[in-house]
Ligand binder design. Structure first.
Ligand code: SF4
Ligand code: SF4
Length: 405
């Protein structure tokens, strides 16, 4: 399969320098396991030996499978690799090779069944995409009127942000901000299917294509030209992986939430609404926004423009950011492994004076918010959209329920 994507040389160009094991932001799974095979270098060396027939398939495939799937797709190895191996793509393709050979992990088969049946990765009713949380919204009727309404701008919510309590608060915050500045936007509601990220990330490109095509058709029916999403996983998939991994070209402008908010600030459209917020925060660069999409400055522009907010960088930030452990569909396979990675993130957070860890990723906020209390920390995590909405004076019931404010 690497050949289909023109990447067949990748296992052969690794220079074995081990940067991918020791770089600051590099391999969380290697840091936790201390096994070569879990780093970029290890996986490339096994793949090379397999292709050259130097090790037997039986010996190599099982270990390679564990390592290829036991990865958060955080992009740390890709960031530091001195020969520029595009690791995230390579791993997605290798995962597809295991699917082709019927060697996919059992948990992924279950996840795929849930996705095909439910159209969302949580296995929840599609009719709850918006109606499942709209009662938390201060303008429930106004929100529901937007579902299926023709508009040039759409808000693509994403699965985590439609169904997980902490993540939903960022969805509510974003719709409140968009309403406040008079943005005319639409929501797909129960016609919003998963973007296909869990399928692309695990190499099931054919099934992912069906999900992508459904959403594209639905947006076209409503005359949508611009799609805003708060989830950097959805952003990455819509923005470049549909083209790169599925060969799908679409004409939509894809805008990541923090980039949209930073634009509003730079245009002066939020200035009169921003009030003082006397809190100490730090910022976690989620892997899909940071290393995998190169977006670092916009969330910081948002934070720096909130009056009264005290901002402190994490010891490991931007391209050196520690992964929170929740990516790469690893959480669906091995939650304990993810929690061990999360512990490293929590230790990094504990080295700051911040009371709140802000991030702009529903999965990161959710997972960090679980990891902090488990480690005995008093700190909590919130989405950037939530902090911005609070600085604009918004309050709503869901926020009280989730954070006990
Ligand atoms: S993507 Fe992240 S977890 Fe996976 S091998 Fe690279 S550095 Fe390790
Ligand atoms: S950083 Fe790149 S070249 Fe160096 S060992 Fe890792 S994969 Fe190989």
């Amino acid at each position: 399969m690497l050949e289909e994507f023109g990447l067949q040389d990748m296992p052969f160009i690794c220079a074995q320098c081990s940067f991918c094991q020791v770089g600051h932001g590099a391999c969380p799974t290697y840091k936790v396991t201390r096994r070569d095979s879990y780093s970029g270098k290890g996986k490339m060396l096994i793949a090379r030996a397999l292709i050259q027939g130097r090790i037997s398939r039986d010996d190599a495939l099982e270990g390679l499978r564990d390592a290829v799937f036991g990865c958060t797709l955080c992009g740390g190895c890709e960031e530091v690799c001195q020969v520029d191996i595009p690791f995230v793509k390579v791993y997605e393709i290798l995962r597809g090779e295991f699917l082709k050979r019927d060697l996919w992990p059992e948990q992924l088969k279950m996840m795929k069944n849930v996705l095909i049946k439910s159209k969302n990765v949580q296995g929840q009713p599609q009719m709850d995409r918006v109606e499942g949380w709209s009662y938390w919204h201060p303008d429930e009727d106004g929100l529901l009127e937007k579902v299926g309404k023709p508009a040039e701008t759409a808000f693509y919510v994403g699965c985590a942000s439609s169904y997980r309590g902490v993540a939903i608060q960022a969805t509510i915050a974003t719709t409140l901000i968009m309403d406040k500045i008079g943005e005319d936007f639409t929501l797909l509601g129960e016609e919003e299917w998963c973007c296909g990220a869990p399928l692309i990330m695990t190499g099931d490109f054919d099934t992912a294509r069906e999900f992508a095509q459904h959403n594209i058709e639905e947006f076209k029916k409503l005359g949508v030209k611009r799609i805003i999403t708060n989830c950097p996983g959805c952003y990455k998939i819509w923005h470049h992986e549909y083209k790169e991994m599925l060969g799908i070209d679409h004409d939509f402008e894809i805008v990541y939430g923090p980039v949209y908010f930073a634009q509003l600030i730079e245009e002066g459209r939020l200035k009169e609404h921003l009030k003082e917020l006397d809190i100490k925060v730090t910022f976690h660069d989620g892997c899909d926004a940071g290393r995998n999409s190169g977006i670092y400055e916009e969330p910081r522009i948002v934070l720096e423009n909130i009056p009264g907010l005290h901002f402190e960088e994490l010891p490991h930030n931007r391209e050196n950011s520690y992964c929170c452990g929740s990516g790469g569909v690893l959480r669906a396979q091995d939650e304990d492994f993810c929690l061990r990675i999360n512990e490293l993130k929590v230790q990094d957070i504990e080295r700051t004076d911040a009371d709140w860890v802000i991030s702009a990723c529903p999965s990161c906020v959710d997972f960090i918010n679980e990891g902090l209390p488990e480690a005995g920390s008093q700190k909590r995590s919130k989405d950037l959209a939530v902090i911005l909405a609070e600085a604009m004076g918004f309050t709503w019931d869901g926020l009280d329920e989730v954070y006990g404010q």
